[in-house]
Ligand binder design. Structure first.
Ligand SMILES: Cc1ncc(COP(=O)(O)O)c(C=O)c1O
Length: 364
């Protein structure tokens, strides 16, 4: 008999990343929320310099990087853990805190890696319905039990773009069992500057059972390097340092991250651009007759249900023929929607033209 994996592993639908190749000459890549302006320039310089020491093992504790992040946000570096993308930290948290059969709770259209990593660990993902594509605190609390070991909340959420206000996240924390770890995944936090949002660090500070995840893959434009980090209570940090690989973050990523975290001007410029480009794109798509869900992140979710049952599939293929790559989100339970990343002004004009042409031929 051949070796057999955990039964839950065979239930995993492998994660399908956003497309990156199209048939057309010029390609507008808006399928993976990678940021509009390429890599943060300071990070590129540091990355090139790292080439000279590629024969050395990286700093296994990401010490300088954690110091740099700590300085930037006023966090104790001892309470930070860096990872090979925040994806790695998601997987490690589940591996460390959920045994086979334990439950991992997430909202209905939450980031896919939560359920996927839960199954990989033999744990049971439990989905709580949303209201209008927004996490519903009461629905999550109603599904929490003594079997719940972790609760994941992406804030803002991918792929919906919606967010919860600090008082709602605090109510979630207060209502969960104390021994359930709340993971606030703030991958898109740098894009959000609003009175009704915090990335969750206030809740991390308030107790011993909440962590916040961040990434360099979005506003810093460093997705290829795979670099994420976690701010958490000492107990959780200690656990992660036991289960992570000794050199889980490569040296080039550490060097680029140290440079990027100090490039505040790049982040500010990117956030300002994102806000105006997102609002303009949403307005223009709405004027064309598409329903666009409100978003605070660097993408918008376009609902094509009014254009027919297969409209999202047809529109994605239509746009791809024009060299525009957007993301189908059927795997998130949203078969009638497309997620469109926010790129440069020029790219967004091409996208809006593409949707206009799709609408015109669909209604012809
Ligand atoms: C909500 C959310 N969390 C985590 C990630 C993973 O980020 P990383 O590239 O750091 O693994 C993503 C990437 O799309 C995301 O949307």
């Amino acid at each position: 008999m051949p070796p057999r994996p955990l039964p839950s592993i065979l239930q995993i639908e492998p994660y399908v990343p956003g497309e990156s190749e199209a048939d057309a000459g010029r390609v507008v890549r808006l399928a993976s929320n990678e940021g509009a302006f390429g890599p943060c320039p300071a990070a590129m310089t540091a990355f090139r310099a790292a080439a000279a020491t590629l024969h050395r093992y990286p700093d296994g504790g990401s010490v300088e990087l954690r110091r740099a992040i700590g300085r930037r946000y006023g966090y104790d570096p001892a309470r930070l853990v860096c990872g090979n993308g925040s994806d790695e930290l998601i997987a490690l948290l589940i591996k460390a805190f959920a045994a086979p059969g334990d439950e991992v709770l997430h909202s209905q259209h939450g980031f896919l890696m939560y359920a996927l990593s839960a199954k990989a660990a033999g744990a049971v993902p439990v989905s709580a319905p949303e209201i209008d594509l927004r996490a519903d605190v009461d629905a999550i609390l109603a599904r929490a039990s003594e079997r719940t070991k972790l609760v994941f909340l992406a804030n803002p959420n991918n792929p919906t773009g919606s967010h919860l206000a600090p008082h709602e996240v605090a109510r979630l924390r207060a209502g969960l069992p104390a021994d359930a770890l709340l993971v606030i995944d703030a991958a898109y936090a740098e894009y959000v500057e609003r009175n009704d949002y915090t990335p969750g660090d206030d809740l991390v500070d308030a107790g011993d059972n909440t962590v916040m995840l961040r990434t360099f893959s979005k506003i810093y434009g460093l997705a290829a390097l795979r670099l994420g980090w976690l701010y958490g209570p000492p107990g959780v940090v200690d656990v992660l340092n036991r289960v992570r690989g000794p050199f889980n973050v490569n040296a080039a990523a550490q060097a680029a991250g140290i440079a990027a975290i100090g490039d505040i001007a790049f982040v500010d410029m990117s956030r300002r651009h994102n806000e105006q480009a997102r609002e303009r794109t949403a307005r223009e798509l709405a004027e064309l007759g598409f329903h666009v869900w409100p978003s605070v992140a660097n993408f918008v979710l376009v609902d094509l249900a009014d254009f027919g049952a297969d409209a999202a599939v047809d529109a994605a293929a239509f746009l791809k023929r024009r060299g525009i790559l957007v993301r189908r989100v059927a795997a998130y339970g949203l078969p009638g929607c497309l997620r469109v990343g926010i790129g440069t002004d020029e790219e967004m004009a091409i996208v809006v033209d593409g949707f206009r042409a799709f609408r015109d031929q669909a209604s012809a």
